[in-house]
Design a protein around this ligand. Structure first.
Ligand SMILES: Cc1cc2nc3c(=O)[nH]c(=O)nc-3n(C[C@H](O)[C@H](O)[C@H](O)COP(=O)(O)OP(=O)(O)OC[C@H]3O[C@@H](n4cnc5c(N)ncnc54)[C@H](O)[C@@H]3O)c2cc1C
Length: 238
């Protein structure tokens, strides 16, 4: 079945990730698999026929079926349903996977730099899970910008995923924290990025303004824009 056709997804499980986010484990008949970094479209239909459509990155590795992670936006139309109301057995429509550029495969050998703003971590987690499953030895570094430590998705799993982790907390840091406490800026990127001569592949994902400022700063620091791949989740929040 082509990726552009809508298919029914059944929620097999809802996993609470943080106060504001949940992962949905989905069963989709005839799902043809995906690549790490891709996303799906989802479509919800109300009893009166009203439909709302959004995009969500795939959180799972290609080897591990289909999971999405949704963060609730307080005034959002769709995300609160996924995070607070949806439960096992609920159904909605999905199509995809989509995206042929913002993808990573374990066959790649260049060092991997992943930079996430908030829920922008979702597709990057798919890449890290794929790297782990494939026993890839590619050097991987992950920079996460989060409001506070309780907001970091997949925190326990990240601790054992085999990547070098760097966090910056924009609103509240843990007691005794000596790391970064501000939005990602050029100085942080100068510390965290691989030297431009290492030929690293960089993936940046998050709110639009976050992604644009990180990508611009990386280029200003001498990184080749052809090595930087970006995914914008929309809006300017984060
Ligand atoms: C390719 C792609 C992949 C995405 N992957 C994910 C994902 O893995 N997890 C996830 O939680 N979201 C993801 N998103 C964002 C998602 O599609 C929705 O935009 C988000 O869930 C808000 O939908 P909503 O209906 O709840 O809010 P809406 O009713 O659409 O918007 C409510 C308010 O929030 C603002 N807003 C809308 N989107 C955002 C945003 N992304 N950040 C901050 N403010 C926003 C709007 O301007 C509006 O004021 C992705 C978006 C794209 C384009």
């Amino acid at each position: 079945m082509p990726a552009t056709e809508w298919r029914e997804a059944r929620i097999a499980e809802v996993v609470r990730e943080t106060r504001d986010a949940a992962t949905l484990v989905l069963d989709v008949d005839g799902w043809g698999g995906h690549r790490a970094g891709q996303h799906v479209d989802v479509r919800l239909t109300a009893d009166d026929g009203y439909q709302a459509q959004r995009s969500y990155s795939i959180a799972s590795a290609p080897e591990d079926g289909l999971r999405i992670t949704v963060e609730r936006l307080e005034d959002g139309e769709v995300s609160p349903w996924f995070v607070d109301i949806a439960h096992k057995g609920d159904r909605f429509d999905v199509r995809g996977p989509f995206g042929g550029w913002f993808v990573w495969s374990a066959e790649q050998t260049a060092p991997l730099l992943l930079i996430a703003g908030g829920s922008g971590l979702v597709p990057l987690m798919s890449m890290l899970r794929h790297r782990r499953n494939a026993h890839s030895h590619v050097e991987a570094r992950l920079l996460v910008s989060a409001r506070d430590p309780d907001d970091v998705l997949y925190a326990n799993e990240l601790a054992t995923i085999g990547a070098e982790l760097v966090f910056t907390y924009t609103r509240r840091a843990p007691a005794g924290w000596s790391g970064y406490t501000r939005r990602v800026d050029r100085e942080i990127l100068a510390d965290v990025a691989f030297s431009p001569d290492r030929g690293a592949r960089t993936y940046v994902c998050g709110p639009t303004a976050f992604v644009e400022s990180v990508a611009n700063d990386l280029v200003a620091l001498g990184h080749d824009s052809a090595t930087i791949r970006t995914e914008r989740f929309g809006a300017t929040g984060g």
